[in-house]
Design a protein around this ligand. Sequence first.
Ligand code: TYM
Length: 332
Amino acid sequence: MKRIFSGLKPTGHLTLGNYLGALRRWVETDQHQADALFCVVDLHALTMEHDPGRVRRLSRQTATLMLAAGLDPEQCTLFVQSHVDAHTRLSYLLECTATDGELRRMIQYKEKGERARAAGESVRLSLLTYPVLMAADILAYGTDEVPVGDDQTQHVQLTRDLATRFNQRYGHTFTVPRATHPVVAARVMDLQDPTSKMGKSHDSGAGIVYLLDEPDVVRKKVARAVTDSGREVRYDREASPGVANLLDILAACSGGNPEELAGVYESYGALKRDTAEAVVELLRPMRGRHAELAADTGFVDEVLRKGAERAREIARPRVDAAYAAIGLLPAS
Ligand code: TYM
């Protein structure tokens, strides 16, 4: 059976981008078609300035929202990355496989590193090495497919390169995985700045729809979305990125096609109204279920305990094999 692995970083409240780009497919198809593992990748939340209490709270909230969105612990394995040592154990071997040059070329390192330096902050070494830990997350499980949004393509390509290089040098150890992306909304853009990605770690809340936003908050954010000075509703990501983003969101929510939907609307106002309602309806069941689950932390903790147990069992033999293959003396 095909193996799928993917993860969410607890660096902020989950957004519509996280849902449409990744989580929704995990729920609707991946967990039913494969042996799927989904992970709250908490170690990845430590690469930038962080507040320990907030990371802890967000880790639980992220897991709770993954369940509220419809991940079923009977159908998939849900766990927290730091509960399974295999990730950091394998990461070091992959650091010995990667070069500093290829990590310095990672777009997210360049962007986030530059931003931190410009703000006079130091850059944590883990911001540079983080894609190697991500490769370890994926490779430890013999993953075939990694369902992610567009922004993770470069990281999955690095994972493929490291797996191939390790296999060539030390003998076949890892499956070489491939990224899969949704057909629409692989990159949901910020409503206030439609040239940049809607990201949970951004400060401005106005352009970001959070999965737990109240319906009226969603309506307000969509109503205020930046469009352009034109009138005609066209699907043109270059010339009219704000309008194209709304069409992508509406298409993803309603199962339509963004180009065809463009022909249906005569005004931005009507497009915004329908988009807002489609998002509100999409999020409604999730908000209700989240409230129920948040009141029963024992259930969530038990799901995470069992998930980590299963994840450890799957990862251990492959990571042990990698330790042996690279030349380390097995412990007796
Ligand atoms: P993270 O936590 O930033 O995002 C989680 C998932 O949501 C997708 N996503 C989006 N998709 C469309 N539009 C958006 N605006 C948008 N924002 C986020 C991301 O593409 C991702 O699929 N490095 C990863 C976490 C990670 C991981 C892994 C993922 C660590 N190890 C192993 C897969 C496999 C990250 O920062 O995702």
